[in-house]
Design a protein around this ligand. Structure first.
Ligand code: GLU
Length: 465
């Protein structure tokens, strides 16, 4: 290998036993960034050996959400389709005597486990019947290692383990059902993975995997264990903290660019104050040296902030097209496209997520119903005064041409009148006449969105009641 650099190959190996978790998406992203930065390859490996818990819909979700985030991979494998390979390696270990069928029954192993836990000893099984030559039971790797196992984690530095605490490692339930640690080692080697980048929770698996590698004469990949994700209370991120599935963030209308940006900052930092990065920029900037050891707090407010920044950078046309599926969900797919575009312009600075559009949607699509008292500014205006102002405003609006019914002109024409009568007295009844709500976007914005005809209609309605 000397002198010749090896092509970097990373892998993302999710188990399809649940909706893609944000923590796993972060792992996928870091693998993607690391391999793309080095012009290497990323392998997506569906770890579906647990037949009871694996489901096709979860696999579909993994693919759908990764694609939504804009992450791509170069090769795709399913572990369930590789059983022959795994079995061949199991046979090899059994034939060489490096692995054996453990004759102990489930009950015996359980009793031993309970005793060890009771004695506060590390649970492990050192088999006293390795050479019985049985053909049934758990297949274990013979572990006689005494010297400390050491690996240099690219994020955490040197980590050592005492191999005597691991016992004889279980690697399969039988020739046809290999277990996680074994399958991962075989697949990582077969797929020529150079860097294993995964969550910190996998550190305890690493020494077991190293022993299996040694038994199979495999070269160990480099390891980088990413910091844990923490909730706002600094405990490990879990369902308790709210949404943890990527699809939930997708469904409420976070933009994929914002989610990627946010996930990248969970443990990685560019070394500057800069916080907004598009995917290509992350590829350029990313390095494992800038990944921290300490847990990374998952702060949803920060995600919302990033999302607002991305939404504001869109043109009204772009935002309108992103809003379309949410309008459809709300049963408003029939909204005229120019109204949607104007609404996008007005709402761009208000929305944290696309789905938030639902809160104000009715203002733009339905004639308001409200209690007449609401028209009165601070409840102190009498009906005659309100009527005068609304009628005056109506006159001013009537003279604006349809094509000039835009924010700037509306303000220019109405503001002098409003200012002359103290703004609240004019703008409050007008805003209520338009929205029917105690709180809403301002009157100019609503008028701009709904257009001249609808504006005059709503004012007429108010004048009537
Ligand atoms: N399938 C494992 C998981 O989803 C992968 C662990 C690994 O990266 O080795 O946690």
């Amino acid at each position: 290998m000397e002198g010749k650099s090896q092509k970097i190959r990373t892998r993302f190996p999710p188990s399809p036993t649940g909706w893609l978790h944000v923590g796993n998406a972060r792992t996928a992203l870091f693998n993607y960034l690391f391999s793309r930065h080095a012009n290497g390859a990323l392998v997506l490996r569906i770890e579906d050996t647990d037949k009871e818990r694996s489901r096709k819909e979860f696999e579909d979700d993994i693919i759908e959400q990764l694609s939504w985030l804009g992450l791509t991979w170069d090769e795709l494998y399913r572990q369930s389709e590789r059983l022959e390979i795994h079995t061949a390696y199991l046979r090899r270990l059994l034939e060489s005597g490096k692995a054996f069928y453990c004759a102990h029954t489930k009950e015996e192993l359980e009793t031993e486990y309970k005793r060890q836990v009771g004695e506060k000893a590390t649970p492990r099984h050192v088999c006293d019947q390795r050479d019985k030559g049985g053909k049934e039971g758990i297949i274990r790797l013979r572990n006689d290692a005494k010297t400390p196992l050491l690996f240099s984690d690219l994020i955490r530095g040197d980590i050592t383990f005492n191999p005597e605490l691991l016992g004889d490692i279980s690697i399969a339930r039988g020739l046809e059902s290999p277990l996680y640690n074994f399958v991962v080692v075989v697949d990582d080697a077969e797929m020529r993975i150079t860097h294993v980048i995964r969550g910190e929770d996998h550190i305890p698996n690493t020494p077991k995997q190293m022993l299996i590698q040694q038994a199979l004469d495999f070269v160990a990949p480099a390891y980088a264990h990413l910091p844990l994700l923490l909730g706002a209370d600094r405990s490990k991120l879990s369902k308790r903290h709210g949404g943890t599935a990527v699809r939930d963030y997708h469904a409420v209308g976070y933009l994929p660019e914002a989610v990627v940006n946010f996930l990248a900052l969970l443990g990685w930092n560019p070394g500057t104050d800069r916080e907004l990065f598009m995917l290509e920029e992350l590829v350029k900037e990313f390095s494992l040296e800038k990944v921290q050891k300490a847990g990374a707090v998952f702060n949803e407010e920060k995600l919302a902030w990033i999302n607002r920044a991305y939404m504001r950078s869109l043109s009204p046309e772009q935002l309108a097209s992103k809003l379309a599926p949410f309008l459809e969900q709300a049963g408003k797919s029939g909204m005229p496209s120019d109204v949607v575009k104007r609404m996008a312009r007005v709402e761009a600075s208000r929305l944290s997520r696309l789905k938030d559009i639902e809160q104000n949607l009715a203002i733009y699509t339905e004639a308001p119903a409200y209690n007449i008292n609401l028209l009165s500014w601070k409840g102190t205006q009498d009906i005659a005064e309100i009527k005068t102002h609304l009628a005056e405003v109506r006159k001013l609006l009537r003279d604006i041409m349809e094509g000039e019914f835009v924010l700037e002109i509306l303000e220019k024409i109405l503001m002098p009148y409003a200012a002359a009568h103290s703004k609240g007295n004019v703008l409050w009844p007008l805003r209520v006449a338009l929205s029917g709500r105690e709180a809403s976007p301002g009157p100019f914005e609503i008028m701009y969105v709904i257009g001249k005809e609808e504006t005059l209609k709503r004012i007429d309605n108010a004048l009537q009641i």
